[in-house]
Design a protein around this ligand. Structure first.
Ligand code: BGC
Length: 374
């Protein structure tokens, strides 16, 4: 294992009930090889408190994230596969960086400057998460970056003109930072040489009790969203913006995820919808707060984005092979994907996702981890 920024800081943390010495820093090792011989690396980031995040260059996937509970005990709170072969075999976007366009584009078609573009339809009749080989399946160039209060990686990828049917060469750079305040930030930027839609996001599945601890139905969720974008039964927005009040979608005050889930009319039953984050004064908006009562772990999401997809792991069916032999069951993890609204490329009343040459796409999202006050 190669130490990239060994800061020689030893953090004493409670791990599994005993004190373990974790060295703050970033290390790199080979994770595996793809069929074409391309090497995939794994980076381990440890902050001053012993919080550890592992990221692989394939798909920018966060494979592990160990954060403390109310007693300082670490647990890995993200779902994932146990090796590269399992990730390549197929998985529901565990921990992945999503692009060019996160979420759905109706019928895989959109028109820009009078020209119709056709993309893969990889989710029923629609295009999902960038297509057949989205940013979750490419190998990113990863460069560790020295930052004052934590550990950071810069992930970059140049998506060729026409890749997955999208116009323009898109140069993307995403900085993942694990701060010494136990925050994980994602700072995305992109530039294009032709007008193109862009909507980048992160698809980590969280279970704040630990990735193999069962369902997330007892987690409490607050979403700073009075409204959502209702959809048709293929999850394409109708174009309306409806209030959550009086529906099972209302999380304006902290509510158990399982409390109203059975009232949702969907197949499979569960949350899979985009919330319209209430406009706030600050640039980095509060979007969500999640609390897990037993461990006391909390997660606070802030973002520059106007929307957040809350997905309660409805399609997990106990067949998906995961870490430590876990078979993830329905509701085994939740995603909070900060983003522009689904199908924005076709919905002219939604905030635009179109990037023009000369402009820079930017989005910043923070997941801050803590423990609830006793
Ligand atoms: C979507 C779900 C989809 C999941 C992929 C989410 O972003 O909204 O419908 O099943 O990604 O696992």
């Amino acid at each position: 294992m190669k130490s990239l920024f060994g800061l020689c800081v030893f953090a004493s943390v409670m791990a599994g009930g005993a004190f373990a010495a974790e060295k703050a820093g970033t290390t790199k090792k080979e994770y595996g090889k793809l069929a074409d011989g391309k090497v995939v690396d794994e980076y381990t980031l440890v902050n001053a408190n012993g919080v550890t995040m592992k990221v692989i260059s394939y798909g920018g996937i966060i494979t592990e994230l160990h954060v403390p509970d109310k007693d300082g005990k670490l647990a890995d709170i993200v779902l994932g596969c146990s090796n590269l072969a399992e990730y390549v075999e197929g998985h529901p976007y565990f921990g992945a960086l999503i692009g060019r366009v996160g979420n759905r584009i109706a019928k895989g078609k959109f028109t820009l400057d009078g020209k119709e573009y056709t993309l893969a339809t990889n989710n029923g009749p629609n295009h999902l998460h960038g297509g057949k080989v989205g940013f979750d399946k490419v190998v990113w160039k990863v460069t560790p970056k020295e930052v004052p209060h934590g550990q950071a990686l810069v992930l970059s990828y140049s998506s060729p003109d026409g890749e997955e049917g999208y116009p323009g060469k898109l140069d993307v750079e995403v900085t993942y930072t694990l701060t010494d305040k136990n925050e994980v930030t994602f700072d995305y930027s992109a530039k294009t040489d032709k007008t193109t839609p862009v909507n980048l996001t992160q698809h980590s599945y969280f279970n704040l009790a630990g990735h193999k601890s069962g369902t997330i139905l007892e987690h409490n969720l607050m979403l700073a969203a009075d409204n959502y974008t209702p959809t048709d039964d293929t999850l394409i927005p109708t174009g309306k913006i409806d209030p959550v009040k009086g529906t099972p979608f209302d999380f304006t005050t902290s509510t158990q995820i399982g409390k109203h889930i059975k009232e949702i009319k969907a197949d499979p039953v569960g949350y899979d919808l985009n919330y319209v984050i209430n406009p706030q004064r600050s640039k980095n908006w509060l979007a969500a707060v999640v609390t897990e009562p037993k461990s006391g772990r909390t997660m606070t999401v802030t973002t520059t984005e106007p929307g957040i997809q809350f997905y309660s792991g409805n399609f997990l069916d106990g067949k998906q092979k995961g870490k430590e032999g876990t078979l993830y069951k329905q509701y085994g993890g939740f995603c909070l994907e900060t983003q522009h609204y689904p199908d924005s490329a076709n919905q002219k009343t939604f905030p635009a996702t179109i990037l023009k040459p000369g402009d820079t796409y930017h989005q910043l999202t923070t997941y801050a981890f803590g423990v609830a006050a006793k």
